[in-house]
Design a protein around this ligand. Sequence first.
Ligand SMILES: Cc1cc2nc3c(=O)[nH]c(=O)nc-3n(C[C@H](O)[C@H](O)[C@H](O)COP(=O)(O)OP(=O)(O)OC[C@H]3O[C@@H](n4cnc5c(N)ncnc54)[C@H](O)[C@@H]3O)c2cc1C
Length: 378
Amino acid sequence: MDFRFNDEQQLWYETLQNFMEKEVGREYTRAHDESREFPYEAYKKMADHGWLGLLIPEEYGGMAADAVMFAIFCESIAKFSLDTAACVMTGMFTATNICHHGTPEQKAQYLPGFLSGDVRFSISITEPDSGSDAASLKTRAVADGDEWVINGNKVFSSGAHLPGNVIALLARTGSDKHAGISLFLVPNDAPGVELRKMNTIVRRSFGTTEIFLTDVRIPSGNLIGEVGRGWDYIREHLEMERLSLAASYVGNARTALDDTIRYTKGRHQFGRPISKFQVLRHRMAEDEIVVEAARLLTYAAATKIARGERAVKEVSMAKVNAADVAFRVSFNGMQALGGYAQLPEYDMERYFREAKHAMVGGGTHEIQKGIIAKEMGL
Ligand SMILES: Cc1cc2nc3c(=O)[nH]c(=O)nc-3n(C[C@H](O)[C@H](O)[C@H](O)COP(=O)(O)OP(=O)(O)OC[C@H]3O[C@@H](n4cnc5c(N)ncnc54)[C@H](O)[C@@H]3O)c2cc1C
């Protein structure tokens, strides 16, 4: 075993660190969290580098990165902001759905615009009465000539309100719980679509919305793949999605700990740096252990996927663990920074909010543990 990045991975890691420090910066991500504005400039710069195509096959203009390279990307962006990482990662999964199951017309219509940063995708699965039990969704799509007519109510669709956004929306087309669900592309300005922003404590620059669909008509060509296969298509990218979240939480935890170390070394009380008080030293030492362990578990999962192996248990373990670590480290950071932790300019309260969401977003801890237990044969 070799626990180091190879030369290509190391270069990629350094390229991303440099990019985030010089081209984006911590002040920029903080300001966008505070103003709840989408980070258009950072997003466009990443598009110009071709990074939106990380998961897209080369034949469609993408980079076809493997899971390790993808995890490095997510960790590096989330070191600055989990929210910015979510802004960039979310649409990538719909783009891969289109690559794998879209018609030639859909590929031509959406992929170039997605790669250039002009077309964005949001994913809309969750409904008011179906969260963890996502497949019990009720939003209904009915065929009418060469159109689909959609009625229903979605919640928590991150980025659905943004200009040029197309919603990848799961809707019921049959009675079977899973095989009765199809995946549609719904432009957010289609007549009958009403969007209301939700005032969440995280995803403040990405933004998340409630969607009301009243007799929304879309062309039959906006169905992705086959009728009744939507649930399968969404499940196809769950491993990569959970990996991307685990890697992002590791990035968040690393920065929260680095900030805590820097602050405690510079803050003097009782005539010495507070980092010299044993209670704080030991807490930071313990946090160093868990951050490093979370990173190893995450890259072990990434390596397994990159080898082409099934990693359902590994990505769920990495996600749960990294979220817990991000929460613990930012919680300890909140204590170590005293009153200053509660000011946005110290960023810690943002890491703390984002880490709390990590226990819910992309499938809650309880759901992940159910998956792990099932994989263990329990
Ligand atoms: C900021 C934000 C952004 C989001 N972005 C998106 C998005 O872009 N697209 C999208 O489709 N969704 C999105 N979501 C929705 C998110 O995926 C759901 O919130 C999440 O899956 C949980 O669903 P719920 O909130 O309805 O909670 P519920 O399912 O009602 O769960 C409530 C509690 O019950 C527990 N619970 C439920 N079932 C079980 C069980 N079987 N065993 C044990 N415990 C259980 C849960 O773990 C949780 O603790 C977002 C949510 C937030 C907050």
